[in-house]
Design a protein around this ligand. Structure first.
Ligand code: GCW
Length: 707
């Protein structure tokens, strides 16, 4: 009897406790939690009582399963599947239609349309992949609580190949990865397929990513062995129903390393034959294999130059090895010659621009965001606009190598947009990087964009919970680069964090500001490459000796008793000459150069008066101080949204923001104290000088460099 009572009591207690659990972030933006408002749920449910036509292809089945999962979660009721929608009841219909169009215009193969037809909500497109994207678009509509009444939504991707580049190594480490190890369990493949692969594929599909380079550009030859091709094929099998192809980074010397040849010379017939046979083998195992990504003659990687050939010789041979297969070659332009005494800014341009027009039609040249290397702010790469006969891929870095790893909250959409919207003036005003990348400016059929993935084995995928927003934003911008960073932040916030309107406003504003705040306390006014040596963490502006001069900080900031900044005008390295006259004119004049790029192009006296009314020194110090203090503002904004946030998630980000504040102060103190040794001027009012010495802060941040 007693036992029964105790059990009953326990049961009552359990029932009375509201169902709550910590949100571990695994579900990303595909949470599908029940919408909070019953009337709203009812309204949505009326429009979509059934998901009909579960589909004949694996892709359509995936779309249908996702809709059922998503809608039943969001609406808090099962969504039964029926063979056909009744004329009275209606339903969601998935329809592949070779004639599908929107507003009289045929849709692109991956473009979708969602439209109300009688009682049905029809998701249509010319391919099953289009319908898959439409399904996710419909879910997004509900997740972000947009009305479905009168819905007539259509969208085409602007860029064909929307790729994540994993820098994942065969041993499970991730180069520049801050979210645990690789998600790929190569030792378990192909026998065991980690369920995580499917969730990864769902997440990618939901934002339109259609290709995945699974391995690091510093590539191991392993992936081209029969053994590993089998593993890669198993991954391809998981990604395929979600519209994604796999690609491989290749090691140029593979014919030697695993092929038994004594050369990797692209003009050697045996080498060509080896690659042709390898391509055939790959396509046999993976019929929709996407192609190759190549880092050659860069940072010690082998390449065609080892045999006196150039990048086009290498890329073209590889492209031709693909023969009748559909794949492409993406050849990276991230090169800088060893021991250069010039300006690293110019090197990729000098090697690649003369090759314009010499590449095989299956080759795309992949150009990083920024002539140096993914800095928190770089001017657009001068190759954009200078290679009209070559399709150029834009490579952006989602993993925060130079943006505070997984401890700094930095929403990257504003950075990516800044690059995409930059005007190259290649064909007059309006010749933006975006139009070059999407192929519209130079009428290229092939177009691609790549994001260096920021995900890993951490339960929440990205380490910093807000890193998820960067994965999300990359996919959305790859699909449609005209979307604003703000709109994307709203979508992500509502789908991932909360739909409470005031909290959404606060959080979106926080995201929108975060990148310019990061720039302010790390590399204001166009400073660049002054971070810690090799691991690239924290400030190290005093770094004067490294493996190469262009790996130091002093090479880039050139602080001296006169002033600060890299003179890239005619009087200096003249890297500005790589840009069109309109750009040169604006950036080449310190009066008209935007302050954000000032020290990228000018070496200015400490006493120089800037458009803000302050001298260079005072402006620099002001930015470091206000930037670091803006992190306090970020903390307050995060705190303001607390009631609308999951408690575990709240605590996670709140703690990371504390680290961010601490490290913003490192940056501030390290940089103002170090540059002060040259400027020899006081910290301007109203700011108080740092309480620690340069030696103190040096010692502290140098700790992080120790092995
Ligand atoms: O910036 C450098 C990184 C390397 C990276 C390289 C590249 C994959 O520090 O880790 O290697 O860029 O993009 O090839």
């Amino acid at each position: 009897m007693l036992l029964r009572n105790v059990l009953l009591l326990l049961l009552c207690l359990v029932a009375a406790t509201p169902r709550s659990w910590a949100d571990d972030g695994y579900r990303l933006w595909l949470k599908y939690d029940k919408l909070p408002n019953a009337a709203e749920r009812q309204a949505y449910a009326q429009g979509m009582q059934f998901v009909a036509g579960s589909g004949a292809t694996p892709v359509l089945r995936a779309a249908s399963a996702e809709l059922q999962r998503g809608l039943s979660g969001l609406l808090g009721q099962p969504v039964p599947v029926v063979a056909a929608a009744g004329s009275r009841t209606g339903g969601v219909v998935l329809r592949v239609d070779a004639q599908a169009n929107a507003g009289g215009q045929p849709l692109k193969p991956e473009g979708y349309r969602i439209v109300k037809e009688k009682n049905n909500l029809v998701i249509t497109g010319r391919t099953d992949r289009a319908v898959l994207y439409g399904a996710f678009a419909l879910l997004r509509q509900v997740q972000t609580r947009q009305p479905l009444v009168g819905l007539n939504l259509s969208s085409n991707p602007r860029i064909n190949f929307r790729l994540l580049n994993h820098w994942d190594n065969p041993n499970g480490t991730v180069e520049r990865g801050y979210a645990g190890s690789s998600i790929w369990q190569w030792y378990e493949l192909p026998e065991r397929l980690d369920p995580r692969y499917t969730d990864y594929a769902r997440a990618n599909a939901s934002i339109g990513i259609n290709g995945v380079v699974v391995n690091n550009v510093n590539a191991s030859a392993r992936y081209l062995s029969a053994e590993y091709i089998g593993k890669v094929a198993a991954v391809a099998g998981v990604l395929r129903p979600y519209g994604q192809r796999v690609y491989l980074s290749v090691m140029w010397a593979a014919p030697k390393v695993i092929g038994g040849l004594n050369t990797a010379d692209p003009l050697d017939p045996a080498v060509k034959q080896w690659w042709t046979a390898k391509s055939d083998e790959l396509y046999k195992a993976i019929p929709d294999f996407g192609g190759f990504l190549v880092k050659a003659n860069s940072e010690g990687e082998p390449g065609p130059q080892d045999y006196g050939r150039n990048h086009a010789d290498g890329a073209n041979m590889l492209a031709q090895s693909l023969g009748r297969h559909e794949g492409v070659v993406m050849w990276r332009a991230f090169v800088y010659k060893a021991n250069s005494n010039g300006d690293r800014f110019k090197e990729a341009y000098e090697e690649f621009q003369p090759l314009d027009g010499k590449f095989d039609p299956k080759v795309l040249v992949q150009v990083k965001n920024g002539p140096i290397d993914f800095q928190a702010r770089e001017p657009f790469h001068p190759l954009f606009g200078a290679m009209p006969r070559t399709p150029l891929v834009l490579e952006v870095q989602l993993t925060q190598e130079y943006l505070g790893f997984a401890t700094h909250l930095v929403y990257l959409a504003p950075l990516i947009k800044e690059c995409l919207e930059a005007d190259t003036y290649a064909k007059g005003s309006g010749s933006t990087v975006a139009k070059i990348v999407d192929g519209s400016l130079d009428k290229h059929e092939l177009s691609a964009i790549a994001g260096v993935a920021n995900i890993g084995s951490d339960r929440n995928w990205t380490g910093h919970p807000v890193g998820q927003a960067n994965w999300y934003a990359f996919g959305r911008l790859a699909w449609d680069h005209t979307l604003s960073a703000d709109v994307i932040a709203q979508e992500w916030t509502k789908m991932t964090l909360t739909t409470e309107p005031a909290a959404v406003r606060t959080l979106v504003n926080l995201l929108d500001q975060s990148r310019s705040i990061y720039v302010r306390y790390t590399v204001p006014l166009g400073l660049h490459h002054i971070m810690g040596e090799s691991i690239h963490y924290g400030p190290q502006p005093w770094l004067a000796k490294a493996g190469r001069p262009d790996w130091t900080a002093v090479y880039y900031h050139k602080a001296d008793s006169i002033g600060l900044g890299f003179d890239r005008t005619k009087g200096g390295s003249n890297a500005l000459a790589l840009y069109r006259p309109e750009v040169q004119q604006e950036w080449g004049n310190a009066q008209t150069c935007p302050l954000s790029y000032l020290l990228w192009f000018h070496h200015l006296p400490w006493t120089q008066r800037l458009s803000t009314g302050r001298t260079l020194w005072n402006e620099l110090a002001t930015r470091y101080y206000t930037g670091a203090d803006s992190v306090l503002w970020m903390q307050s904004q995060w705190a303001a949204a607390k009631p609308a946030l999951d408690p575990a998630l709240y605590a996670d980000v709140a703690a990371r923001l504390q680290t961010q504040r601490k490290e913003a102060l490192w940056w501030r103190d390290a940089c103002v104290l170090y540059f002060q040794t040259f400027a020899k001027q006081p910290i301007p009012a109203p700011f108080a000088p740092p309480t620690r010495s340069l030696a103190d802060v040096k010692q502290l941040v140098q700790l992080y460099q120790l092995k």
